[in-house]
Design a protein. Structure first.
Lengths: 394, 381
């Protein structure tokens, strides 16, 4: 046991001093996560920032209602501002240029047309790049238009039946306005199993590069064989198994350390939210273990350290892609979504999703199980294939 | 000249002989283009799940949502719908509950920004149905008609009354045009072309370093060759490899995924100049870094970072103005702009002369720097 720890400690010191370990385990994933969060973080925003103009060419009572009640009401919402336009031509230019998101125009003769049941409309001119601005403006104007149309339909229907005995139009309109039965759309609560953009990117980069970071311990075995130091190591008075165990432990510790630093670093510096710490710990241990089993398999089958490094990279990349690290594979094709379940990456990300939805360590046991199952398959393959190929880790 | 060509040919042979390159250089890029196309190349219509009792109201809401060009999926069970929204299988969900007094509409927002947009669509569709009911109520109370008859009357009248519409128009010019000309795979193909050519050139620098470490380069100097020929050969070798990768991706994506690369002359020009810039960058890295393992890490980092910053992973048009300026420090952004003109707007080589000019200037600067650094590292061990 003491020998195991001695060798591990020596290898760890070597590994941590090796700049390529630091690069691949920390610098690269962290830098990429930072860059991505700058790029992607900006585009998926949750907050509104819409600026509108309006031009009232009608000045009739219904136009006033639109401006003083509907638009004013909209302006009370956070992130929406509404201003009167000085003149329509300038206003149009401002929208074209992108200084404002959209312009509302109430055309001349609007009130008269509505009262007489003739076709009329409210115009919304939106900047072509502001799809959110356009949709919100269309909804604001649309709600008002719906109310007016509803009143018109009611009036027409009552007149159809009652003819001259019908109550005055104003009374019918008022009755419609007061009629209950508005659909109030209430917001339901959804536990979001999905990570926010920043956390998704940070977690994706971390788990992706984990499979690169763990190779240094085990593959150093192959390096030492090439350098001749392995033979010397084997002349020492402890079983060869201890050496392999130590290298495996080194890989495990390096992986765990790099992941932990990334979790803390992205939390503090990028604002990534990984969720319940105990749950994260469970996922980290299972994830690192599964990554180490891949290196053991690759290291057993490869002939040289360089070959092993290449194969490890290939496996890491393929698993990472299929597991949804670069982009979400749960949407799009279902074949993709199914294949992704084979990868430990997918279970890791899904486990984090559980934690994001407020789960704790118990909730991610299935996900840890998925990763450990993958690891078990890797170990089994290692044992079987080494017998078949006649190769074993030295 | 012969000597330079020989060195170049050797570089290509070394690349092709290393079997691991078959994956990284040839298979991996195609895999990514495929994946990106599958993940993002879809039609992009927002999906809304609706759970209700299958009554007229539910049908009316579904019709109202589909009228706004949303894809509607019906769910039998409320909890299944909640699950679907949480997982992101649908962008939003609507649960309708009808009791004696009216209908409760519960809106479940998905985590994306789409969630906010879709709420207004649901409000509009729900408003339509609500108004019909309110009209029927008033008609019924004022005329004495039975509720069913009132509803029918209202439906009939609504078809006839022109009503108040909302006319929506768009103004201004957008940069986000022409994406439909790219097809499912065009966007991914351009991004991966630039990413991989640059990345391979940078990581291929490791080979350059090994050559130095093994002392091959110094031995070349002992031969009756001028240093110029050796350096020229190195540059040509890097360029040949980059060009090979680029041509492979262009032809491969055209054949496998039907990507239309636009004006051939324009594409060739961009590809050639970008490969030159990448090769020069690779040479510079190879000359400055002394440890080939380190070069691998630096190469991967810079390769991916430049690709991300330069618009190969997210359209430049979606960058903030500041980030767009930063992006144009990379050759990728200029090549992206050129390809946007060629592929999305049907431009020709004449339209992309400014971008070609910048790429050429970058190539000259990097080549000069790389050559100087390499010369210094050979001559002074």
């Amino acid at each position: 046991m003491r020998q195991l720890l001695l060798i591990t400690a020596k290898d760890l010191r070597q590994g941590l001093r090796d700049r390529s370990v630091l690069m691949v385990g920390l610098v690269v994933p962290f830098t990429l996560a930072t860059i991505f969060s700058f790029l992607f973080g900006g585009t998926v925003g949750g907050e509104l920032d819409l600026d509108y103009l309006y031009h009232d060419a009608d000045r009739g009572p219904l136009a006033r209602v639109f401006v003083e009640e509907v638009l004013a009401g909209a302006a009370q919402r956070d992130g929406i501002s509404v201003e009167a336009a000085t003149d329509p031509a300038t206003a149009l230019q401002l929208v074209e240029h992108g200084d404002f998101d959209a312009l509302f125009v109430v055309p001349e003769g609007f009130t008269a047309a509505v009262q007489q049941g003739r076709r009329t409309s409210i115009e919304v001119v939106a900047n072509v790049d502001s799809s959110l601005g356009r949709q919100v403006a269309a909804a604001i104007a649309g709600g008002f238009a719906q109310e007016l149309t509803g009143a018109q339909v009611t009036v027409a229907a009552v007149l159809t039946v009652e003819g001259e005995d019908a109550p005055p139009i104003d009374a019918i309109g008022a009755a419609f306005r007061e009629a209950p039965g508005r659909f109030d759309v209430i917001d339901g609560a959804v536990a979001h199993d999905q990570l926010d953009e920043t956390t998704y990117l940070a977690a994706g980069m971390a788990v992706f590069f984990l499979f690169f970071a763990v190779q240094f311990g085990v593959l150093s075995l192959l390096e030492e064989r090439r350098n001749g130091t392995l033979a010397r190591l084997y002349t020492s008075p402890f079983p060869r198994r201890t050496v392999l165990a130590a290298k495996t432990l080194t890989s495990f510790v390096l992986g765990l350390v790099s992941m932990t630093v990334l979790v803390i670093g992205t939390d503090l510096l990028l604002g990534a939210d990984w969720g319940d710490p105990a749950g994260v710990a469970v996922l980290l241990v299972a994830g690192v273990a599964s990554a180490v089993t891949v290196v053991l398999l690759v290291g057993t089958l490869a002939r040289t350290a360089e070959q092993a490094g290449t194969w490890q990279s290939i496996v890491a990349i393929v698993l990472g892609m299929a597991g949804g690290v670069f982009f979400d594979v749960s949407r799009g094709s279902t074949i993709l979504a199914t294949i992704s379940l084979v990868t430990p990456h997918r279970w890791f990300m899904r486990g984090l999703g559980e934690l994001a939805g407020g789960g704790g360590p118990a909730d991610v046991l299935p996900h840890a199980g998925g990763m450990l199952l993958f690891g078990a398959v890797m170990l089994l393959s290692t044992v079987l294939l080494s017998r078949v190929a006649g190769r074993r880790l030295p | 000249m012969n000597a330079a060509l020989t060195i170049a040919a050797t570089s290509i042979r070394r690349l092709l002989r290393d079997r691991s390159n078959i994956f990284f250089v040839f298979i991996f890029p195609m895999l990514l283009v495929l994946l990106i196309g599958l993940a993002f190349g879809g039609d992009g219509a927002a999906r809304v799940g609706v759970a209700g009792q299958g009554s007229q109201v539910t049908d009316g809401l579904v019709a109202g949502l589909e009228g706004q060009e949303l894809a509607v999926e019906r769910y039998r069970d409320d909890d299944d719908l909640r699950d679907a929204v949480a997982r992101g299988a649908v962008d939003a969900g609507v649960i309708l509950r009808e009791d004696g007094e009216g209908t409760a509409v519960e809106y479940l927002a998905g985590p994306d920004a789409a969630g906010g947009l879709l709420r207004t669509a649901v409000e509009t569709a729900a408003g339509e149905i609500a108004n019909r009911q309110r009209a029927a109520t008033v008609v019924s109370s004022m005329t004495g008609l039975a509720p069913q008859d009132a509803q029918q009357l209202v439906a009939g009248v609504a078809d006839v009354v022109p009503g108040v519409q909302v006319d929506v128009a768009q103004a201004g010019q957008t940069d986000l045009d022409g994406f439909e000309r790219l097809g499912t795979f065009g966007y991914g193909a351009v991004g991966q072309l630039l990413l991989f050519v640059f990345l391979t050139s940078l990581t291929g620098a490791a080979a350059l370093i090994q050559t130095r470490q093994l002392g091959v380069t110094r031995r070349m100097l002992a031969a009756p060759l001028r240093a110029r020929a050796i350096l020229g050969g190195q540059a040509l070798g890097r360029f040949a490899v980059a060009l090979l990768q680029a041509v492979y991706i262009v032809i491969g994506t055209a054949l496998l995924f039907g990507v239309d690369w636009g004006d051939p002359l324009g594409t060739v020009a961009v590809v050639a100049l970008f490969s030159l810039v990448s090769a020069a960058a690779g040479m510079l890295v190879g000359a400055l870094v002394s440890n080939d393992a380190q070069a691998g890490g630096i190469g991967v980092l810079c390769g991916l970072a430049f690709a991300a910053l330069g618009g190969s992973m997210l359209p430049l048009e979606l960058f903030s103005p500041t980030m767009r300026d930063v992006a144009h420090l990379t050759p990728h952004a200029w090549a992206q702009d050129a390809f946007a003109d060629l592929l999305r707007r049907g431009g020709t080589v004449g339209d992309i002369l400014p971008e070609l000019g910048v790429l050429a200037a970058m190539a000259v600067v990097l080549l000069a720097a790389g050559t100087w650094a390499l010369h210094r590292s050979i001559v002074r061990p």
